[in-house]
Every structure is written in C-alpha cells, then in structure tokens.
Design a protein around this ligand. Structure first.
Ligand code: ADP
Ligand code: MG
Length: 559
C-alpha cells in the first residue's frame, strides 16, 4: 500500500518524500481508521486526505468553512490532473448541477463542501447513493465552543458517524491544545481515532537573537564560521538592502542571489530554481520569498531586520531544517528596526483596530528578542503551548544571559517618566535620574521633582540599556509622531504595585567581560546603545539615517 502511496506522491503531486507524519496518517486512513491531525499551518495537512482520496475507491468529501479557499484548492488539484469539484452557496446553479452529476456518476476524486450544505437532507441523501472514500473535516477546531472560530454547523457533523458508519473520517487543524483535541474527537464522534499531534516545536532549529551592530559583518562571521558551504536564506526588509547584501556576500565568496518582488518574474523564477536545485546557495530575500518553497536542507535562516510579528518570524525561520537535521535561526536586531516598523505601521492606511493588533504583535516580537529565559519556550507559549521546559538549544539556554534584578531601577525609570509628565524622550529622563541639571531640566523645573537624582547607581549607558529593555518589553511606549516621547503603558501596573519582579539583561558585563557569540570582535554594547538612542530620540534624524542607509524612503518598501 505504501508503495502505491509513494508512487502517487511522486507521479501526481510531484514530491519526493513524505513529511512526518503524512505517511503514517495516510496509511491509517487508507486502512479505514479515523484520524485526528494537528499540524502547524504550512505543515502539509491537505495531502493527508488528498492522497488517500486517490488510493481509496470512491469520492472523498472535504468539509471546509472557507469557501474562498475551496475554489483555490479545486483549481490546484485540477492542475495536478485530479478530478475535484465543490458545492457551496457562492456557485451558480449550472455549476452546482454539473458537479452533482459528476458526483453521482462517480467521476469525482474529491468534493469540497461547506458544512451547512453537507448537512442538508438533500445532500446527505445524494451522498448516500454515492461511493465515498472518506470524510475530511478541515479546520476541525471550529467544532470547539471555546475557540474563537466556533461554527455551530460543525457540531452537526457528528451525524456523519451514524449516517456513514463505514466511511473513515479525518479531522485536521493547525490549532488545538489538549482540551480542544479531546473536544474534536468527542464532538465529531471519531472512533478509536489515531492522533497525530505535531506541535509548533521545531527541535532541530537553534534560535539565536542578538543585538545589531554592523549587521552585515555579523552575518559574514556567522556564515564563515558556521555555514561556509550551506544553503540558507537571508531575510531583509527592503529590496535595496537585499540587492546590496547579495552583492556584498558574493564579493566575499558566497554563492548569493537576490530575490524580491521588484525583480523581473523570469529572473525571480530562475533564482528560485537555482536555489532549489544547486547546492550551497544563499538566497538574500524579502518576505516575498518562501511561500511554498520546500527545500529540505536549508541549513540556516538569517534575519538582518526584525520581522513584524512572531508569526512571521516562526514561518520564516521554519523554512530551515525541514529534513530534521540541525539548522540555525539567526537574527540581529536594533532599535532602528523597531522605529522603522512602527513608522510603517503608523503611516499605513489600515483601520485603527488592525493597527492596534499589529502594534501588539510587534511588541510580542520584541518581547521574544529581549527575554532572558528560553526562546523556544516563549515562542511556543505564544502559540498556546505552555507545557515546554527550557529547550537547551537556543542562545539563552546555551549561553545564559547575565541577568540582574532590575525591579527597583525599572520603578525609578518609570516614575521619572511619570513625574516629568510623560512628555520627554529618554535623554531628558536620564538627566533627571542621574541628577544632571541640564538647561532643559532646569527650565522645566525638573531639578526640583522628587525623582531628580534618584538613579545615580547607574551611569547613562546603563540607563539606556534599561530603557531599551523597558520599551522592548512593553512597559514603556514611544509616541508614534516621531519625537521619541516616552509614556507608561498598562503593562507597568503590576511592576509599580510591587507585584512583579523584573529581570534585566546585564548588557554591560557582556560587553566588558565574556564576549557573546554575537558580539565577538564587535564594538562595545554601549556604543551601539548610544547610536540607537540618538536615533530613537529624534525620529526625523532616524528617518533620514534610515533613508541614507537603505537608499529608500522608509515607507512602501515591503514588496
Ligand atoms: P496546511 O494545510 O497544513 O497549512 P498545506 O497542505 O497547504 O498545509 O501544504 C503546505 C505546502 O506544503 C504546500 O505548498 C504543499 O504543496 C506542500 N507540501 C505538502 N506535503 C509535501 C511533501 N510531502 N513534500 C513537499 N511539499 C509538500
Ligand atoms: Mg490547510
């Protein structure tokens, strides 16, 4: 049987091998067992029922709540020469009639259908007269009342168990914690279901995130030391930076190609083809690259710029190590990235609600950058997997970040921001903290407020590091208009109330003493912070610096 499966995989779908656990899922289903599959988006769930649809006699009925996607799937399948059709309310009568007729004659391999239509007596009756290969229930988490995607129609799908007792059913979803999995099995009345739960964890990927400090040089060292011959992807935000970085790496002996949506389609296709077929190619790309790319031996994914969300980071880094062998997810980021992404966000035409969501996503991404505990734990917790212990295969596990109890200084910092009216940038607030009676401080009378001089235990650079971390972790916000004005955020409350302990990264010790892998041979951390803060404090100069650096206006550069 599995020989047949492999043959169909190659001949019909054009893939060389199964991804785990596709082969096992397919075997069970073809043998007639019910199956539950939980696999991240992009993992390859569709194949788990599309291939059995061809191996088992009769038509496979696929239940999906997404009418828009049905049509795409049907077109894609048709291109592979698979006979597929769909029934949904968006289709004209003639088309529905034609599909029903094909179904009756047993001429369909797959039938996509919306749940409410499937459950109409007429449809059930029609299906009762057909030979059915299997039922696939996609987006099966919709059956869960606790989830945010609950669809009442999905509850009725349990009727399939009685109406079609001999037809195996497979339920698939990308998101289901333990409770939801149990709910799916019960509410769909799956019998002795084999469960294949592939969480979000990609244990062979080693996550590393460092401070940006002449990013290209850092990248070069990383490639030379760890991946001199390997295939990998380097993600950049702008097209210009993509091209420059590709050229720069090529000059240094790497086989690097650019890829972004601004290149002619043929050239893009050519570069993609080379990346897939040649060994050891480095693709320098914007996020335009990657959808549907399935190259098993990508040994690293490097980010020279901060992705705008954890979802994006996960998806992009997830292109590394599909073969299960060790791979690196390597990233450097700086506050310029944050400023830049925030500017993009604020200047977009999106509705306020969407911007709010995007702001939160960016904050979460920054949180991942700044944590002092296991990166993988944080990443997985973001996707709802809360039961992982520290992984031992990320930078913070392998090389614990020196930390210190920053609760007290954080409270001082927050209080200085608050007492000065939440109308100033970081330099001014630091002046207040360290008791520096600058002209501006005296002018505003801030040398007479209670927080003046309360933070003498740290120097200016140390305070900068504290502020960077407070911003990155969402305790402090920066105004969107571009003046670098700090304000307290909701997130501060527990800290100010003394209900939270804050661990901060000990940046200074890192720079002075033991060099981290990221900053080996690089300039001291404090210098970087100073540069970051100069930018941060004056967004106009930041904007200009970015424009100079990247040669493009800091807008409209996503592909
Ligand atoms: P999901 O439904 O889990 O989000 P899809 O079924 O849409 O994922 O598959 C994601 C991508 O992976 C598709 O481009 C698909 O063609 C590809 N894919 C699936 N299985 C394989 C395989 N065994 N080998 C190569 N590519 C695959
Ligand atoms: Mg899918």
């Amino acid at each position: 049987m599995m020989d047949d499966a492999l043959r169909v995989l190659k001949e019909v779908f054009g893939y060389d091998r199964f991804r785990t656990p596709q082969d096992e899922v397919i075997r069970r289903l073809v043998e007639g067992q019910d199956v539950l599959v939980v696999m991240p988006t992009g993992g390859g769930k569709s194949l788990c029922y599309q291939l059995p649809a061809l191996l088992r006699p009769g038509t496979a009925v696929v239940v999906s709540p997404l009418i828009a996607l049905m049509q795409d799937q049907v077109s894609a399948l048709s291109q592979w020469g698979i006979r597929a059709g769909c029934l949904n309310s968006a289709l004209p009568f003639e088309e529905l009639a034609a599909t029903e007729q094909a179904l009756r004659r047993g001429e369909l391999d797959l039938l996509y259908i919306a749940p409410e239509r499937l459950l109409q007596p007429r449809t059930l009756d029609l299906l009762g007269h057909c030979r059915l290969a299997l039922f696939a229930i996609d987006e099966a988490h919709c059956v869960s009342q606790w989830g945010h995607d609950f669809r009442p129609e999905y509850l009725q799908l349990s009727r399939l168990a009685d109406a079609f007792p001999g037809v195996p059913r497979i339920a698939l979803t990308a998101t289901a914690d333990g409770r939801t999995q149990q709910e799916i099995v019960e509410r769909l009345a799956l019998r002795d279901a084999a469960r294949f739960i592939q969480g979000f964890d990609r244990p062979n990927i080693r996550y590393r995130i460092g401070q940006k400090d002449r990013a290209r040089e850092q990248l070069l060292r990383f490639l030379q030391q760890e991946h001199p011959q390997d295939a990998g992807v380097v993600y950049c935000l702008s097209r210009k930076r993509v091209e420059e970085t590709a050229a720069w790496l090529s000059e240094r002996g790497f086989n690097a190609l650019p890829y972004h949506a601004g290149l002619p389609a043929e050239l893009r296709a050519h570069h993609q083809h080379r990346f897939l077929t040649e060994e050891g190619l480095v693709m320098v790309a914007t996020i335009a690259f990657g959808m549907g790319i399935d190259k098993p031996n990508v040994r690293f994914v490097a980010h020279l710029d901060l992705p705008k969300s954890i979802e994006a980071y996960y998806q992009e880094t997830g292109r590394a190590g599909r073969d299960g062998l060790p791979a690196d997810a390597w990233m450097v980021y700086g506050l310029q990235d944050v400023i830049f992404l925030r500017q993009m966000l604020e200047s977009s035409q999106a509705p306020e609600l969407q911007k709010q969501i995007e702001r939160q996503k960016l904050e979460a991404m920054l949180g991942l950058c700044e944590i002092t505990s296991c990166r993988r734990q944080t990443l997985l917790a973001y996707f709802g997997e809360n039961d992982h212990s520290p992984c031992g295969n990320c930078d913070t596990c392998l090389e614990p970040v020196p930390i210190w109890d920053g609760t007290e200084v954080a409270r001082k910092a927050l209080s200085a921001v608050y007492r000065s009216g939440q109308r100033f940038g970081v330099n001014h607030v630091i002046d207040i903290l360290i008791g520096q009676a600058s002209d501006k401080v005296r002018e505003r009378g801030h040398d007479r407020i209670s927080t003046f001089g309360i933070g003498k235990e740290l120097d200016r650079n140390q305070w900068r590091s504290v502020f960077r971390q407070l911003v990155a972790r969402g305790y402090l916000g920066v105004d969107a208009q571009g003046h670098g004005v700090l304000h307290l955020s909701e997130r501060c409350r527990p800290l100010l109330r003394g209900e939270e302990v804050l661990e901060l990264r000990h940046e200074e010790r890192k720079a002075a003493g033991k060099q981290s892998r990221f900053s080996r041979g690089s300039a001291p951390q404090s210098k970087l912070d100073a540069a970051d803060y100069a930018l941060w404090n004056d967004l106009r100069s930041a904007r200009k610096a970015l424009a100079d650096d990247q040669g493009v206006p800091p807008y409209v550069i996503f592909h």
